[in-house]
Design a protein around this ligand. Structure first.
Ligand code: SAH
Length: 213
């Protein structure tokens, strides 16, 4: 598969659809216009890649719907050079959106099959996260903490404590919380002990799975 003018046109339309759904951050919309989502999917989905829909990516997982990616990215309020932790690399699409915004991304995936596939794909595409880790995102990445931004791209039954602990003061954590469906939740770290919490609408994610071993 290649990236063509036709794909670019479809991405421009997608950005417009997302703007109509309420995404206002032009930098986020520009990243959506830039990242070739069809290349993150199996070729059988190519014709549909720029619809605002989630699709299977193997290992029972899905690539998030573009609106969800844009909504979470907008909530994060990233600026270039920021250090970001992502839980749930999956297809790598959200990672690529964050890299396009010139941030330093550390990303964790717990499914080996997806981890390997996305690692190869990033190499081929020239996407360079600071770290692509095979592991349990519940624990975060204590050795690399603190992070200015943390994004969780799977539904968390509860907020993992290590993630709050690994957020820098002034930092933002965006996490969908819930079991059947999830409430998008934003935490802003005000001080060592205080977090401001905002709830921002309902979404549906695949579950964040804790590694019990
Ligand atoms: N950001 C991805 C979304 C993938 S769906 C994309 O744009 O494609 C959520 C991903 O979270 C899945 O790949 C799933 O395997 C992963 N995941 C679930 N529980 C996890 C955990 N505890 N640690 C890290 N990744 C996890």
């Amino acid at each position: 598969m290649r990236d063509t003018i036709k794909h670019r046109g479809m991405r421009n339309n997608l950005a417009e659809v997302l703007a109509n759904k309420g995404i206002i951050d032009e930098k986020v919309l520009d990243a959506i216009r830039e990242v070739p989502r069809h290349l993150f999917l199996d070729s059988s989905f190519e014709a549909h890649a720029y619809q605002d829909k989630a699709f299977p990516i193997g290992a029972d997982q899905t690539i998030s719907q573009p609106y969800t990616v844009a909504f979470q990215t907008e909530l994060l309020q990233v600026s270039p050079g920021q250090k970001i932790l992502e839980i749930g690399t999956g297809s790598g699409y959200q990672t690529a959106v964050l890299l396009t915004l010139r941030t330093k991304v550390y990303t964790i995936e717990r499914q080996q099959e997806l981890f390997k596939k996305t690692k190869l794909f990033f190499g081929k595409m020239g996407y360079r996260p600071r770290k692509l880790v095979f592991g349990d995102g519940y624990k975060g990445l204590p050795d690399e903490a603190p992070f200015e931004r943390i994004i969780v791209t799977a539904g968390a039954p509860e907020v993992p404590k290590p993630l709050l602990a690994q957020l820098s003061i002034g930092g933002r954590l965006v996490i969908p919380v819930g079991i059947e469906d999830q409430i998008m939740t934003l935490f802003i770290r005000k001080s060592e002990k205080e977090f401001e919490k905002k709830e921002l609408g309902n979404f549906r994610f695949v579950p964040l799975l804790e590694n019990k071993n």
